[in-house]
Design a binder for this molecule. Structure first.
Ligand code: DP6
Length: 333
């Protein structure tokens, strides 16, 4: 018997970043992270479970065609399929097709949404309806740790953990609780040259690593509190400070990693100028050159207008807090 399922999972943007692992293979973070799940940057994944044969991984294009996945990408998916097969105690093979609604591997957390969608689709193709905490653990084990957060909607915390089976993300507030917008300034659509995995491994070599660790408990308390009280003016400055610290650590790791491009700085300056003009907007940047500009709905049109006017910005994506993954009947094959 074959069974097919399609899952759609969103990317997320971290307010407090996962950067540095206690166990890199298991994606056990040194510090807790907090993120907002997005609504429009999505990965779709169709999985078919077959009684025999070999695993097959393809990328679906918008015209409905399927292409072989690039080797490095396929390898990570095949490894995760093996992990899921042994966790579920099943045999047989999987046929997989994936598609992103946004530029892949460009600091837009495509692996988080991709592995969250893959994990959910595989479990459903196997007829399993797992509790969200188990999905979070399985998605985390893909090695793309932030996938642990993409199985939930709204505002999400993923605690640090010692115990691999017990390290899963939880919801802090639902997407309906607070309408926060994320206007993404796309600067670079090329895959980043140094992976996050590599970055986690180098983080502790930065002389500023400990300093950030010491600041984090206070930052996490403040971000949680701001989310609870919907205090955007308190959230924004901490999120910005945290993003700069992530890059400070990356740039001072040995060997150093520079994710920013000149246009990244152009956008950061533009966001500061927006605030000087009374527009409440704050930036954050994951491991890439693209800049996420957070704001409330009333500020969004002007934020979009100003970002579109910048010469180094190739595209502006309008996203917002979203409600998490879902199952779809629209299969990719
Ligand atoms: C900077 O190991 O989850 O985005 O596999 O590239 O998704 P990918 O990275 P992962 O590390 C995420 C690093 C980060 C911060 C964050 O999302 O918490």
């Amino acid at each position: 018997m074959t069974a097919k399922a399609t899952a759609i999972a969103p990317a997320n943007i971290a307010f407090i970043k996962y950067w540095g692992a206690l166990d890199l293979a298991e994606a056990i973070p040194v510090n807790p992270s907090i993120s907002m799940t997005l609504a429009r940057c999505l990965s779709s994944c169709t999985v078919e479970h077959r009684p025999s044969g070999r695993d097959e991984v393809t990328i679906a294009s918008s015209d409905g065609g399927l292409q072989d996945a690039p080797a490095a990408f396929a390898r990570r998916i095949l490894e995760h399929l093996e992990r899921l097969r042994s966790a579920a105690g099943v045999r047989g093979s999987f046929r997989v097709a994936t598609r992103n609604s946004f530029p892949s591997a460009a600091g837009l957390a495509s692996s988080a949404s991709g592995f969250a969608a893959l994990t959910l689709a595989v479990t459903r193709a196997l007829g399993l309806e797992l509790p969200v905490r188990e999905l979070s653990v399985l998605a985390r084990r893909s090695g793309s740790g932030s996938a642990a957060r993409s199985v939930l909607g709204g505002f999400v915390q993923w605690p640090a953990g010692e115990n691999a089976d017990d390290c899963y993300a939880v919801e802090l507030a639902a997407s309906d609780d607070w309408d926060v917008r994320d206007v993404i300034a796309v600067i670079d659509t090329e895959p980043k040259r140094v992976s996050s995995l590599e970055g986690h491994g180098r983080a502790a070599s930065s002389p500023y690593y400990e300093a950030r660790q010491n600041l984090l408990p206070g930052r996490i308390r403040a971000v949680r509190d701001a989310i609870e009280r919907r205090a955007f003016g308190e959230l924004g400055p901490i999120v910005e400070e945290e993003a700069v610290d992530l890059h400070l650590i990356a740039m001072s790791s040995r060997p150093p990693i520079f994710y920013w491009k000149p246009s990244t700085l152009e956008v950061m300056r533009a966001v500061r100028a927006m605030r000087e003009d009374g527009l409440d907007a704050y930036f954050t940047i994951d491991a890439g050159a693209n800049v996420h500009v957070l704001c409330l709905p009333e500020a969004e049109p002007e934020v979009v207008r100003r970002l579109e006017a910048l010469s180094g910005v190739r595209d502006v994506l309008r996203d917002r807090v979203g409600s998490g993954p879902r199952i779809s009947q629209e299969h990719l094959f």
